[in-house]
Design a protein around this ligand. Sequence first.
Ligand SMILES: Nc1ncnc2c1ncn2[C@@H]1O[C@H](COP(=O)(O)OP(=O)(O)O)[C@@H](O)[C@H]1O
Ligand SMILES: [Mg+2]
Length: 580
Amino acid sequence: MPPLDAGALRTYLRLLAYARPHWPMFLLGVLGMVLFAAVDTGFAVLVKMFLDGAFVERDPRMLLYVPAGIIVLFLVRGVGDYLSVYAPGWVGRQVIKSIRHDLFERYLQLPVTFFDRNGVAQLLSRLTYNIELVAEAATNAITFIIRDTLTVIGLLAYLLYLNWKLTLFALAVAPVIVGLIRLTSRLFRRYSMRIQASMGDVTRVAKESLESQRVIKVFNAEARQLDAFEAVNEHNRASYMKLITVKAVSNPVVQMIAALGLAAVMYVAIRDVLGAGLTVGEFTSFLAALLLVTAPLRRLVGMVGPLQQGIAAGQSVFEVLDQAVEDRGGDVPLARARGEIEYRGVSFTYDRDKGPVLSDISFTVAPGETVAIVGRSGSGKSTLVSLLPRFHDPDTGAVLIDGIDIRRYRLRELRNQLALVSQDVVLVDDTIRNNIAFSTPGADAAAVQHAAQAAHVLEFSDELPEGLETPVGERGTLLSGGQRQRVAIARAILKDAPIVILDEATSALDAESGHLVQTALGELLRERTTLVIAHRLSTVERADRILVMDEGRIVESGTHAALLAAGGVYAALHRMQFSV
Ligand SMILES: Nc1ncnc2c1ncn2[C@@H]1O[C@H](COP(=O)(O)OP(=O)(O)O)[C@@H](O)[C@H]1O
Ligand SMILES: [Mg+2]
């Protein structure tokens, strides 16, 4: 197919592969189109029968045949009509569903670094908007392209047979038309990509604004957000208009070029007729066939748009599908870790330009020990603990659990050893119970009840009419900050992992819920290896050991009392907190 370069063709074939399993339905759609078209021919036959039978032969049976014929023909036409809409629609929705499934599954498997580089809104808009554009290209376009290409080839063969010299004349414009189709294809794809990117921007601004509507209200930032939205909305419109312009211009231009070809042919043909080289009959049938070519040709040009939009969308999806998934780890099994953690000479850099975030970190945590990590914000505490679940891997050095480099464990089993409670508690829009059982789907009711009790969740859920069956709302908005934290702690207790990571788990709490969360945490941390990152030094005072971080290095370590006595960075941090 000339308007597709190799890459686009590959994308297109990959899209078609999604439709292939549904070929019987696809054929049914083609059958529907054939039936529909056949009825039109049937009508011509019926009219002839009627004229001949009723007027010429005065056949009384026509009284029955013609009305019955009309009903039968329309019945067949109706079935054809139904199939030609239903079947391609069915295939299209199946294709969209499968691609959407694959894309979502890939999103779940991609490494953390991918999400550092790609905005969530763009990824969302690929899942919702871009994918919708694929259906047309994978279903209708292919039907029309096959049908109309065959029609054009057939008619050309017939023309060649009728008069090859004239046909070659007419074909002189073909390269120009092909060139034009190529150009429109390229433009279509370019503008489609722009439109898709701008849909991502629309999604981004809308998502930010809807999620932060409280902040927007209190800062009276409505006008600012509206301006931001207007900009992306306008860009979306302008990109669309470019696409529409190409669509609007391409048809008349193709027609015009075809007309030039026709004019040339007419010139030659009439000269031949005048010179008696061509009979009127030959000329008329040639002209008729030539005019017949224009309709399928116009439809072919019309399919360029949806086809290219589908390909551009397909590319944006396949780009994600081709990203490497998270490393699944080695093959060392890990049923239940004892819980010894060691960081051995670990360095890590996010961004070469900004220098290392962790430099030569070494420390060991014994099973059951609680180690607190403190330091100014931006000193690398969260990055440090994010190496344990392998959100990132160290550039040099290694992180070990029970004496073995964690990269050698199977990733799933490694993560089974860890419970993480962080400041942003991810809650799904479901009941409190299902949020607690989030990571342990098979948990029985008694275990959930116990976890809920230990984490002081029952204290508030018992006062709700539906108890643990109360929905928490999207991102848990129906609960208070302290309640959300306690649900997250219950989830961690239920998971019963030997290693617990708390990343500022209590920093957003007021004193009272802070106290409840503290006692809940006491339950969670008993007999588990724990890394605690905390803002409030009061929550780390009870730790077995405290590591003080500064600019990606461990600058001090020891117990609360020892560090205070040493009068270094920790003592300074402590003084600062108690002076406010
Ligand atoms: N995903 C990321 N990509 C790039 N830089 C990051 C990322 N996360 C954190 N950083 C940078 O790494 C440094 C340490 O961040 P972080 O570990 O979150 O510190 P802390 O938890 O101590 O406040 C900061 O300078 C921060 O800007
Ligand atoms: Mg942090």
